[in-house]
Write a protein that binds this ligand. Structure first.
Ligand code: PMP
Length: 294
């Protein structure tokens, strides 16, 4: 039975329960991780920054010479249908576009039409208690892939070095890892961008240092500018993180997450006043009730 509430997956135009959604084993997304994805939240049944997410999905696909077999309007309708059928007002959507079925061998020329699916689900990255206390992070030995290897702006189905960094962090007793680039500069966390507050300024590494161009990152920069908070994109070294007054991660899944400790160095203020202010503004922008935070 395909009840309304169970239709939490859209696969190539069909709504179905996610437990029924299947991908062929010869899809190059399965064989090679050849595909792109997006993670998007919805609040009060409204997708948050949907156009930005769809645009990033299109750009990721274009950069990989991958054709998305549906236009934006079709994907928008699919997103709206999934949200309408979701049992809660808030949730998380995962959009995936695969290279499609091809012959064995990595040349995508053999692939036909890509598969597209969108899953509606819930996502709790961390317990509310930990969100209040802040997460412990370590700088991992696993580096962010260099731009001339795979441009970090492409949100591809290849997250292996981020997964390795997360394993390394967990093995070291931390909650998350921070990846440096080949030059030893800070890029981002395993699935979130990073900000620090130092001498009254909000700082985040430029995307060109090797981070994903996060949609939450952009939102936070815009909110900070609107608040008159000095904000700059600047390369950061581990030293800058250790000596920061505040540090936090941003992402669709993470939302805003205070960092309490990095490599055993306690961050001076966690959660700090700038974090608290920006988090409140962010939740207002999302349409969430600020009281939900306390
Ligand atoms: N960096 C990486 C590697 C990510 O996977 C994510 C999550 N999409 C982010 C940063 C944050 O990006 P956004 O705010 O667009 O979710």
């Amino acid at each position: 039975m395909r009840g309304e509430a169970e239709a939490n997956c859209w696969l190539n135009g069909q709504l179905m329960p996610v437990t029924e959604a299947r991908l062929p084993v010869m899809d190059h997304a399965v064989l090679y991780g050849d595909g792109v994805f997006e993670g998007m939240r919805f609040y009060r049944r409204q997708p948050f920054r949907m156009q930005q997410h769809l645009q990033r999905l299109e750009h990721s696909a274009t950069a990989l010479a991958l054709t998305i077999p549906y236009d934006r309007a079709t994907l928008e309708s699919a997103i709206k249908a999934l949200i309408a059928g979701f049992p809660a007002d808030d949730g998380y959507l995962r959009l995936v576009v695969t290279r499609g079925i091809g012959s064995m061998g990595l040349d995508p020329a053999s692939c036909g039409r890509g598969n597209v699916f969108i899953i509606a689900t819930t996502l709790t990255m961390i317990a509310p208690e930990q969100r209040r206390q802040g997460v412990r992070a370590v700088i991992t030995s696993t580096r962010r892939l260099p731009r001339d290897g795979l441009d970090p702006r492409i949100k591809s189905l290849n997250y292996l070095n981020h997964i390795l960094a997360r394993i390394e962090a967990r093995n070291g007793g931390a909650d998350d890892g921070i990846l440096l680039n080949a030059q030893g500069l800070v890029t981002e966390a395993t699935a979130a961008n990073i900000f620090i507050v130092s001498a009254g300024e909000l700082l985040t590494p430029p995307v060109s240092d090797g981070a994903l161009a996060g949609i939450t990152r952009r939102e936070i920069i815009e909110l900070a500018v609107a608040e008159g908070l000095p904000c700059r994109q600047q390369s950061l070294a581990p030293y800058d993180l250790y000596t920061a007054d505040e540090c936090f991660f941003t992402g669709t899944g993470a939302e805003l997450m205070a960092v309490s400790e990095i490599d055993g160095r306690a961050i001076k203020s966690s959660p700090g006043p700038v974090f608290e202010r920006l988090q409140a503004l962010y939740f207002i922008a999302c349409g969430q009730q600020v009281s939900a935070l306390s």
